[in-house]
Write a protein that binds this ligand. Sequence first.
Ligand code: APR
Length: 273
Amino acid sequence: MTADPTPDRAVEPSAPSAPSASDVPEAILRLSRSARRITVLTGAGMSADSGVPTFRDAQTGLWTLVDPQDLATPEAWHRDKPYVNAWFLWRVHLMSAAAPNAGHHALAAWAHRPDTDLRIVTQNIDDLHERAGSTVLAHLHGSLFAWRCDRCHRPAPTPHAPAEPTERIEPDSCSHCAFGEIRPGVVWFNEPLPDREFTDAVQVCRDADLVLVVGTSGVVQPAASLPHLAGARGIPVIEIDPRPTEFSPFATHVWRSTAATALPALVAALDRA
Ligand code: APR
């Protein structure tokens, strides 16, 4: 499965001080230097250093006792639109208050290096990659900033998100069709992933000469299958995550570090090449 039969094992997390090129494992630096088509698969850990709460962390105040899986489903939406609408608008507020971290900025800088085609596929519904200057090829689980009509599916502006948690907010009505209401553009549990995004994600995992997997536990399918597509073709796959994941045993190299530490150190080392 792996390009290197004896994948590097965990590298001790780099020192909490400012990242430096010497923190970068040599094998990872060597592969990154020679790579021209780089696919980066990111998950919630990519945004962790921006303080973006997970579904569960946001369960404060009004929603302390609510299971997010009871909120992020089509059934919940049709059962109580104002309640689900208010919860997602609270997340819009929380995400808007967050800022891209050094990891987001490092990926944006890497993409601007000469002879580099860097493609980002994310499971995250935030817009931190974009706000750092990256183009995101695919938001596999949708985006909290891509609202649409729940009937005609036409895109709609992101509604105003109150700065205070609010239990119920009536959804906006669709300005195009008579009965539709504006829902979050995220992929809810029991909903299929968007075809175009997943097809593109498969393609860039198959045609890459290097894949990085950053901040995902690798348990949610079908996103979790993507790095295996690369590995099966002998494409090196580097995992950056402070903790072991479902994918760790299959990674060509594992870098036990955070996105906000490892990625800036790697790009700084590339700049020194
Ligand atoms: N830097 C890098 N990785 C980190 C950091 C960090 N600072 N902090 C945590 N991590 C890692 C964790 O060790 C974990 O492996 O990020 C991963 C987060 O895993 P999950 O919380 O399961 O997030 P993710 O894999 O993106 O979840 C997939 O599940 O909740 C649903 O739809 C939601 O898109 C999400 C999907």
